[in-house]
Design a protein around this ligand. Structure first.
Ligand code: GAR
Length: 192
């Protein structure tokens, strides 16, 4: 039986796409479900293109019901990957998936993390700080924003004159290069 991953994403889903492609030929791991809080998220289209089931949920459903945990269990999901997801994960999902939820963040945590630090906001803060390095962090998820144990951190150089698009591109390249292989290495260590 393959280990089954659910992806939670709120936006474009380029990382979700890389994960889907990476595992499309795998005999051990599959992307089995894509969930989003945003009905207009392009990630849903990407999932459809690969005939991966999707589910859109409301804040109420996410925070005040057992519906998401119920769906994850019904779909036999073993592991959750946040790939550009905005909301804090509620306690009932954390309890159902202990050490089985990971997130990717477009900065070298613990700097430039926390509530509201998402996507371009992170990149703008990095630029404004005058740092000479940017990067990414892949980490386990706990009850706080961007706070769980780190699994991988990667870095890129910020050159003088780099703008938002440039550092975003460098960060995205790193994410696409490393996220699928890190997810795979974590998945290999867990039991179905
Ligand atoms: C990624 O850069 C990811 O690191 C970031 O959202 C982007 C989603 O891009 N996540 C966060 O900021 C989490 N705090 P994508 O939709 O193209 O994969």
């Amino acid at each position: 039986m393959k280990k089954r991953i659910a992806i939670l994403a709120s936006g474009s889903g380029t990382n979700a796409q890389k994960l889907i492609e990476h595992f499309s030929e795998s005999a051990e791991i599959e992307i089995a479900l894509v969930l989003s809080n945003n009905p207009d998220a392009f990630v849903l289209q990407r999932a459809d293109n690969y005939e991966i089931p999707t589910h859109i949920f409301t804040k109420e459903e996410f925070y005040n019901s057992e519906e998401i945990v119920g769906l994850l269990k019904k779909m036999d999901i073993d592991f959750i990957v946040l790939a550009g997801f905005l909301w804090l994960i509620p306690k009932n999902i954390l309890a159902a998936y202990p050490n089985r939820i990971i997130n990717i963040h477009p900065a070298i945590l613990p700097k430039f993390g926390g509530k509201g630090m998402y996507g371009d906001k992170v990149h703008n803060a990095v630029l404004a700080s005058g740092e000479t390095e940017g990067g990414i962090t892949i980490h386990f998820v706990n009850e706080h924003y961007d706070d769980g144990e780190y699994i991988y951190q990667g870095r890129y150089k910020i050159e003088k004159g780099d703008n938002l698009e440039m550092i975003k591109f460098k960060g995205q390249q790193l994410e696409h290069q490393h996220f699928p292989r890190i997810v795979e290495s974590v998945l290999k260590k867990i039991k179905k």
